[in-house]
Design a binder for this molecule. Sequence first.
Ligand code: ZN
Ligand code: ZN
Length: 222
Amino acid sequence: MIIDFHSHTFLSDGVLSPAELVQRAVAAGYRAIAITDHVGYANYQYVCEALLRECEVINRELPITALAGVEITHVAPRALGALAERCKVAGAQVVAVHGETISEPVPPGTNAAAAECAAVDVLAHPGLLTAADARVGCERGLAFELSARKGHSAANGCVARVCQQAGATMIVNSDTHAPGDLLTDSVVANIILGAGLERAQIEAISRENPAALLKRCGLATT
Ligand SMILES: [Zn+2]
Ligand SMILES: [Zn+2]
């Protein structure tokens, strides 16, 4: 039963509607999915409001937990924390930050700003994560992403090594933009093993860590 904290719909640059994305996640055997469309100051209110409305219906009607989230993307690091807090006030159940992936020119300092902001739940594709940023995030329970997405996933080995040394929490996310991107158990296991981690860690990273985060994000809104 997969729990995935990173996905996109046509509310940003994904191809599916929120309803179709979640229906496909149900069909793929997901237990929970966070819809985390790209936001900045321009569109965070619209995205939060639209996803909360959709998720309310989904959670009533479908056998899955859908969380309304955001992925703060390419926002200047010094303005990032305030936006994360605004997203929480607007009802976002999951606040992810688009980390310093090696495949895009994300502003340097984004990982550090996300690591220290209490309103950020997930640091997506952190790229060449530093030990200092991992330690700061780890202290407050930030979840660090191993990405299943092409390009971003090239730095998973670095993320895994640095998180391991810091004792930081890792999760595997799809970063779904299209139907074929949704996770399967075997893809999740391969991402974990491919990042250089041990078979014995699969259970914690694929089940226990996301379940704990799901509990925290769900509780925060009730
Ligand atoms: Zn995207
Ligand atoms: Zn994303």
